[in-house]
Design a binder for this molecule. Structure first.
Ligand code: PFF
Length: 463
């Protein structure tokens, strides 16, 4: 086990895990999913999923990692044998594919940061058309996402404490600072209050099955669950720390950023009355327009800060995504960290190219016939979401049937003297035993059917 690295303590671990959780999912995806799903009602469902399903899974993942002090594959293999090790491999593969498309979107944000701060993006006029052209410009996309991957690899290659922890300790506080500044600004815009109402007052007539699916997928993705990222980070945590409370802080940090991102974005959407712009282009189109309406210098500073915020958020997540396969090769194959990190970064960058060119450049990848005409990037992202909820489901089964709740409890009692008699213990065992395996299995199945065929196949009349 020569020098696999470790976090310096509780703060380092929490910041790194919160950094993994807070990402494009919170600032790019959460607001547009909320916009598409009726605003406040989506927020409500999302919060229920976080509390009821995600928090217990997070605690379980960290406990597994800290118990074994090994990567995702090594952890499952150590506690459950080679067969369960495949669940670790499945998670590592999901991480690789998430990073492949995630890095492409991060590249868009990185490009927007540079073009707004130093270029003339804000005088584009038609921002919808600009964005469409932008994501179809292979040279910009190629270089910006390559740059993002190089940044990620540079950090991860420095190791757990000097790379991952140090980078998060700088970026996470900055991220909160920029976010708060932007919210204050956003709330002063005309019509801001309408945006806040749309976001915060639930309209139950908007509740659809789709809202539940999207809320669940988003909650898993946002908390980086179901693929071993938190097993890996947990494996660098020392035995003195309280996992139950650390996981609560991480979940809260992540949820607060998603919540605050909505509070920043919807007043801006309301200022332009642009509720109908939905989907992945929301922040790139609507917000760019908001920034262009400002005094040119203010627009550069505010718009530049916004996209810098997204870059920080994305980078603290990409480093955790790259760490998962890197830890596997370092732990299992004893390869050198630097070599593995650069090799994996290159491989994953190449795997991302089909996603990069799927926005229109290559028509065959833009409208997949077997996937209801959606594009390849969406296909990969959806498949990854499905593997996360499935991974969470299998992990609960693993804990209940193979590792045992008793062993998990013993791990959780380390660093937490009151755990054995706490209500949290009862809550976790009820969820893991009776709720998460079933609910996640059913929802994952329904999400698969819905994605490929539409729900009407099982429930005639539902869409
Ligand atoms: N949680 C990240 C986000 O919300 O953007 C995405 C992510 C990172 C998912 C790391 C999974 C993961 F392991």
């Amino acid at each position: 086990m020569a020098d696999r690295g470790s976090f310096s303590g509780r703060v380092g671990f929490i910041l790194a895990a919160a950094g993994s959780a807070v990402g494009l999912g919170n600032i790019w995806r959460f607001p547009y999913l909320a916009g598409q799903n009726g605003g406040a009602i989506f927020l409500l469902i999302y919060l229920i999923c976080i509390f009821l399903l995600c928090y217990p899974i997070m605690v379980g993942e960290i406990a597994i990692g800290r118990n074994t002090q090994s990567d995702a594959y090594g952890s499952y293999k150590k506690l459950g044998g080679r067969g369960w090790g495949f669940l670790g491999i499945f998670g590592i593969l999901a991480g690789i594919f998430i990073l492949s498309f995630y890095n492409v979107v991060a590249g868009w944000a990185f490009g927007y940061f540079l073009e707004i701060s130093f270029g003339d993006l804000l005088s584009a006029g038609d921002f919808g058309a600009f964005f469409g052209n932008y994501i179809n410009d292979i040279s910009d996309n190629f270089w910006f996402s390559l740059a993002f991957m190089v940044l990620t690899a540079l950090i991860v290659s420095q190791g757990v404490q000097k790379g991952i922890e140090a980078a998060n300790k700088i970026m996470m506080p900055l991220l909160y600072l920029i976010l708060i500044g932007l919210i204050i600004y956003s709330l002063t815009l005309p019509n801001a209050i309408q945006g806040v109402i749309f976001y915060l007052v639930p309209d139950f007539s908007e509740l659809k099955v789709q809202t539940v699916f999207d809320g669940l997928r988003q909650a898993f993705f946002s908390l980086s669950l179901g693929m071993g990222a938190l097993i890996t980070y947990g494996s660098y945590l020392d035995k003195k720390q309280n996992i139950v409370s650390s996981a609560a802080v991480i979940s809260l940090a992540d949820t607060s950023v998603a919540f605050l991102a909505g509070l920043m974005v919807f007043p801006m959407v309301a200022a332009l009355n642009a509720y109908e712009v939905s989907g992945p282009s929301l922040i790139f189109v609507v917000l760019a327009k908001v920034f262009s309406n400002m005094d040119p210098l203010v627009g550069r500073v505010v718009g530049g800060s916004f996209f810098l915020l997204i870059c920080f958020a994305a980078l603290t997540s990409t480093i955790s995504l790259l760490e998962v396969p890197a830890a596997y090769f370092v732990d299992q194959k004893k390869w050198s960290r630097k070599g593995v990190v650069w090799g994996m970064a290159l491989l994953i960058f190449v795997l991302g190219i089909p996603s990069m060119v799927s926005q229109g450049m290559i028509p065959a990848l833009n409208k997949l016939p077997f996937y209801q005409g959606r594009d390849f990037l969406t296909f990969v992202a959806d498949m990854c979401d499905i593997s996360l909820t499935l991974g969470g489901c299998l992990m609960s089964i693993f804990i209940v049937r193979t590792w045992s709740l008793k062993s998990m409890d013993e791990e959780l009692a380390i660093g937490n003297d009151h755990y054995m008699k706490s209500a949290t213990r009862t809550f976790l065992s009820v969820v893991m035993r009776y709720i998460s395996p079933w609910l996640l299995a059913i929802l994952t199945f329904l999400i698969i059917v819905e994605k490929f065929f539409g729900l009407g196949v099982i429930f005639p009349g539902w869409e």
